[in-house]
Design a binder for this molecule. Structure first.
Ligand SMILES: C[S@@+](CC[C@H](N)C(=O)[O-])C[C@H]1O[C@@H](n2cnc3c(N)ncnc32)[C@H](O)[C@@H]1O
Length: 243
């Protein structure tokens, strides 16, 4: 499917994706810098194997590869169109389809990984699924491996004052722009059929909830690496078991 896409279009869509994500995730550049620094500090060296969960068109994967060109990077996502963009732009990346809606996604992976990332992905899942997801990620991490989670983390009861917006939101604008290019139109139809009934749970919990939940799932050393407004970046470790 991705073979029909023009690499110039793909480059433009991925650039626009980053701009669009900056809208939803203010401070995204600082976050990516913090992720790279945290991996090098916590892992102690360049990672050999990285899994980006809900990695979309591979924006984070690209940053990882720029920093660690020899790393074996896998992007896992449910969205066939986003995976196709990652495949065209980053042929060295393994782009795999998986649905985090159940533990079945683990069969699309081949751990262990040194680093697992999830940026703006866990809020798509229900609270129960996020709980199980932490335990599932633990299974995939090498002992001593690092999990980085960036998402909206706040008390769900906190009222958030939103700026009033006119016109369609940037997410909708980005998806509409893709439909203007003929080979993409058929891919978008296939996507719509493949993702029928799927949506975001818009799950939000405070930093402490993530800390406790990850701990119960057997992950340790929870650290809050960055917090900007309602966005947070957290790191966790799979401990090395000593006999
Ligand atoms: C807001 S985007 C963030 C993408 C990427 N992490 C980034 O920061 O550029 C959320 C991603 O999660 C993926 N996603 C949502 N629900 C999913 C599910 N059930 N299984 C796998 N991926 C999912 C979406 O397809 C999308 O690529």
């Amino acid at each position: 499917m991705s073979g029909q896409l023009d690499s110039g279009d793909v480059a433009r869509w991925r650039r626009d994706w980053n701009a669009m994500m900056h809208h939803y995730q203010p401070g995204r550049d600082d976050l990516l810098v913090a992720i790279v620094a945290a991996v090098e500090e916590l892992h102690g060296r360049a990672p050999e194997r990285v899994l980006d969960i809900g990695g979309g068109p591979g924006a984070t994967a690209e940053v990882m590869l720029r920093r660690w060109p020899d790393a074996d990077v896998t992007v896992l996502d449910i969205d066939p169109v986003l995976l196709a963009l990652a495949e065209v732009a980053l042929p060295q990346v393994r782009a795999v389809r998986g649905d985090l809606g159940s533990a079945q996604w683990l069969t699309s992976t081949d751990g262990p990984y040194d680093v697992v990332l999830a940026l703006m992905t866990v809020h798509y899942l229900s609270e129960d699924r996020v709980r199980d997801w932490y335990a599932e990620v633990r299974q995939l991490l090498r002992p001593g491996g690092v999990l980085l989670v960036a998402d909206v983390m706040r008390d769900p009861a906190t009222e958030v004052v939103r700026r009033s917006a006119t016109g369609p939101d940037p997410w909708t604008v980005w998806w509409r722009a893709l439909a203007d290019v003929p080979p993409m139109a058929s891919m978008l139809r296939a996507r719509a059929a493949a993702l029928t009934g799927l949506g975001s749970a818009e799950f939000v919990a405070p930093v402490d909830w993530h800390r406790r939940t990850a701990q119960r799932a057997g992950l340790t050393d929870a650290r809050l690496l960055l917090q900007r407004a309602e966005h947070a970046l957290m790191a966790f470790h799979r401990p090395v078991e000593r006999r």
